[in-house]
Design a protein around this ligand. Structure first.
Ligand SMILES: [Zn+2]
Length: 149
């Protein structure tokens, strides 16, 4: 859990997830997750500070801590690519929690050992047989599934 060292003790979205599940969760980051450790402001050239900001997630009463760069002289904030990706994911999860987005209902079937459901064909373009997915349990009934590229 090396990446936890960049987090503070304050509550963040990942901590909530970890608590809800009640067991160890391994967070994975891509190799370039720590790229742009330092960033200069494009307007004034000053070195930007790495800061954490608490943001409210739309249509929920959840908040998430995201890390960004801030230039104190220009008062601008900037997300690097990795931070932006993380922010996008948090927003998607929040949207799923709010149940406001479009969704598909599918029947759950079982072959005796495993539970199966079908993905709508319009969502699976470009998928290949034997491709892997990551399943992150968010609660006993909610899951975040990522199709690995
Ligand atoms: Zn600046």
């Amino acid at each position: 859990m090396a990446n936890k060292t960049i987090q503070t003790d304050e509550m963040n979205f990942e901590d909530i997830k970890e608590k809800d599940i009640g067991e160890k969760v391994k967070f994975t980051f891509s190799k370039d997750a720590f790229k742009d450790k330092e960033l200069s402001c494009w307007a004034c050239g000053n070195r930007m500070k790495r800061v954490k900001t608490l943001i409210e997630l739309p249509d929920t009463d959840l908040k998430a801590t995201i890390e960004m760069f801030r230039c104190d002289s220009c008062n601008v904030e900037y997300l690097n690519g990795e931070q932006a990706k993380k922010y996008d994911k948090v927003l998607m999860i929040a949207k799923a929690f709010s149940k406001n987005g479009f969704m598909f209902e599918r029947s759950l079937n079982s072959d005796g050992d495993n539970y199966l459901f079908r993905f709508p064909a319009q969502l699976t373009k470009g998928w290949k047989k034997h491709q892997k997915v990551d399943i992150n349990p968010l609660s006993a009934t909610d899951f975040f599934v990522s199709v690995k590229e």
